[in-house]
Design a protein around this ligand. Structure first.
Ligand SMILES: [Zn+2]
Length: 284
């Protein structure tokens, strides 16, 4: 009968072996799992000094990396509406209000005008912290206005993309932004003004299917995830396993979808060199 009696297991005390890390002082690299001193990351543009992994960075840091001092923010008054009265797990208007209360009052893209190594440019930087940088009406409108500003100023236009795709909370309206921004970019093309697309991790969905791939130069940060649908969806659809590194910058460069993979610390100089080649330096 002893088989049926549950014997009390002797508990073995396991000493916690985890090393307590002072919060905020160290960061664990998502690629190589090494601990990195946070102050060190500030010197490397948030790139892991051990393996070169590019951490995702915010809009302010991106602008600091790419633009010269003294740039001006444009079209910040535009705010998303809630045209569909969208309610899924959370009400869209509550999400927008919460983000605004947190100080995110620019929707998912910030447009600035200024200079990049002396070259006048208009630049749009997408903000992943705002609903995964999803492309809604305001994102599309601001990017279109940015293109028109570059056209009026006869300067280059640069969009730094990262996005989860179209903003489902705005339904079809968000899909229409793909065509609207693409049409505005076509006007720049007709005027002979350069448009550079900088693709960062992750650039997916409707953004990758429109303006992010329309650059005169499509430049990507190393190992960024770039694609339309996720790899699992593709595998299930085509019933084949995908090759190693599929949908990463290097793979796209090897297959002609991206012109150049440029590390973050070289990005500004590289863009400036291309601008110098395409446009003469003028007084800002
Ligand atoms: Zn690393």
């Amino acid at each position: 009968m002893s088989w049926f009696i549950k014997k009390r297991q002797q508990k073995i005390a396991v000493e916690a072996k985890t090393v307590r890390v002072p919060e905020g002082l160290w960061v664990k690299c998502e690629a190589c799992r090494e601990l990195i001193y946070r102050a060190e990351l500030a010197n490397t543009h948030n790139v892991c000094p051990k393996c070169g992994y590019h951490f995702r960075i915010g809009v302010d840091e991106r602008l600091e990396n790419l633009m010269d001092d003294g740039y001006e923010t444009l079209f910040s008054e535009l705010q998303s509406a809630d045209p569909l009265n969208f309610v899924a797990s959370k009400a869209y208007k509550d999400q927008l209000k919460r983000l605004k209360d947190e100080g995110q009052d620019q929707d998912a893209v910030v447009i600035v005008e200024g200079t990049l190594s002396g070259h006048p440019v208009v630049m749009g930087v997408m903000n992943f912290d705002f609903l995964a940088a999803s492309m809604g009406s305001v994102v599309g409108e601001k990017l279109k206005l940015g293109a028109e500003r570059a056209l009026a100023k006869k300067c280059a236009y640069i969009i730094v993309s990262c996005s989860g795709g179209a903003r489902m909370q705005e339904g079809t309206l968000s899909l229409m932004q793909m065509a609207k921004v693409s049409a505005a970019l076509a006007k720049l093309d007709m005027a002979g003004l350069p448009y550079f697309s900088i693709l960062t991790d992750p650039t997916t969905g409707g953004v990758s299917a429109s303006y992010a791939m329309l650059g005169d130069l499509n430049i990507a940060e190393p190992k960024a995830l770039i694609g339309f649908a996720g790899p699992r969806v593709i595998e299930q659809t085509i019933k084949q396993s995908l090759p190693e590194g599929f949908q990463r910058s290097e793979f796209l460069q090897a297959h002609g979808m991206v012109d150049r993979v440029v590390p973050r610390d070289k990005l500004k100089d590289w863009v400036a060199a291309c601008l110098a080649w395409m446009l003469p330096v003028r007084e800002a």
